[in-house]
Design a protein around this ligand. Structure first.
Ligand SMILES: [Zn+2]
Length: 353
């Protein structure tokens, strides 16, 4: 009998999964914003490998293959369907390589295959649903081929699409994580409540259910509380690091905070002008700690994540990770440090600086 490595680890304690590759690779200059196709695994594999290593260094236990949006429909939109399989296989191989090269002292990383929202799923459209199932099946097939240890289905805003994704994932026998992403209506687009969707995913056999993306800590946490009470399986929590609110529950419609004189040319802060809404690291640390205290052991950060925030998640729940070596040390700051070598005329000047 095969063991469920993911569940075993979650039963013992926290498991951290860095996500948010889309935004981070875009920020680094290797992806077109808006279009958001992960060509980086073919065009600049070294860039993707390095980002995985940085997340690993910061404490991620899972190396998730960057195949988000790397599905047949998106490749058709950009006229590169012929690159679909090479893109997927390259992303999976890179993730596997990094997972097998876990730094000394850390638990061996798990490589995750990934499928996500297709954006062509439509209620009552059996034809469209069949196409989506085919897209999931081929990607999961490649993930298994390339040695995935677990499978992650994420960012689903239709309940039925999430159920279909899980059904395809479950056929492999690998451990499964299924996280959903309700939009601003605070329910799934096909009408199901967030909690009922998670309960059904548990019934269908997901090892981890929960939420990822679209919502910042403030508008994700209330749902997580309800989910944690409603299910027995492990729960996942991967917010975006942006200050969403009751009025603006997701990052899609966040207005600029201070009437910026240089708004984005496309008329909204999402996805390229969200910067003023960014959560500081302590807010993300508090979120992770609060979630962990609730009994949520699968933790991470989604779009907007960077290695610094992943380290904050890890340290906030008491873990020491390779990047902890370089954690904050204000003691030695030239104006604000308490180190006795910092001259008094500098520390005294701090409030005027
Ligand atoms: Zn995301």
């Amino acid at each position: 009998m095969s063991t469920n490595r993911l569940k075993e680890r979650l039963d013992k304690g926290p498991v951290i999964c860095a996500e948010g590759f889309l935004f981070e690779i875009e920020r680094r200059g290797y992806m077109s914003s808006g279009e958001f196709v992960p060509m980086v695994s073919l065009d600049h594999p070294e860039v993707l490998e390095n980002l995985h290593r940085e997340f690993q260094h910061a404490g991620s236990d899972i190396v998730e293959a960057f195949t988000y949006n790397g599905h047949r429909e998106k490749m058709r939109v950009i006229g590169k369907e012929d690159l679909l399989e090479p893109l997927n296989r390259s992303a999976l191989k890179i993730a596997k390589k990094v997972a097998l090269d876990t730094p000394k002292g850390s638990q061996p990383n798990l490589m995750a295959g990934n499928i996500s929202n297709s954006n062509i799923w439509k209620e009552d459209d059996k034809q469209a649903q069949k196409v989506v199932e085919g897209m999931f099946s081929e990607m999961i097939g490649w993930a298994v081929d390339e040695g995935a240890d677990i499978l992650i289905g994420e960012t689903f805003y239709y309940a039925e699409e999430a159920f279909k994704a899980l059904e395809v994932m479950k056929k492999t026998g690998l451990p499964t994580v299924l996280t959903i992403s309700p939009m601003g209506e605070n329910k799934m687009r096909d009408g199901k409540s967030v909690v009922d969707t998670c309960k059904e995913l548990e019934q269908l056999g997901a090892d981890v259910v929960g939420l990822n993306c679209f919502r910042g800590p403030a508008t994700m946490f209330p749902f997580l509380k309800e989910i944690r009470e409603a299910v027995k399986c492990h729960v996942g929590a991967l917010p975006i690091p942006y200050r969403t609110s009751e009025d603006y529950p997701t990052f899609f419609n966040l207005p600029d905070r201070s009437n910026c004189e240089c708004p984005s040319p496309h008329g909204r802060t999402f996805p390229t002008a969200l910067d003023p809404h960014f959560c500081n690291r302590y807010e993300i640390g508090k979120f992770a700690k609060d979630a962990y205290t609730l009994g949520i052991n699968y933790l991470g950060v989604c779009c907007g994540a960077n290695p610094m925030l992943i380290r904050e998640v890890a340290e906030s729940i008491g873990l020491k990770v390779p990047a902890s070596k370089y954690r904050e040390n204000m003691e030695n700051h030239f104006m604000y440090g308490k180190n006795k070598r910092i001259p008094k005329h500098m520390t005294e000047y701090g409030d005027k600086a």
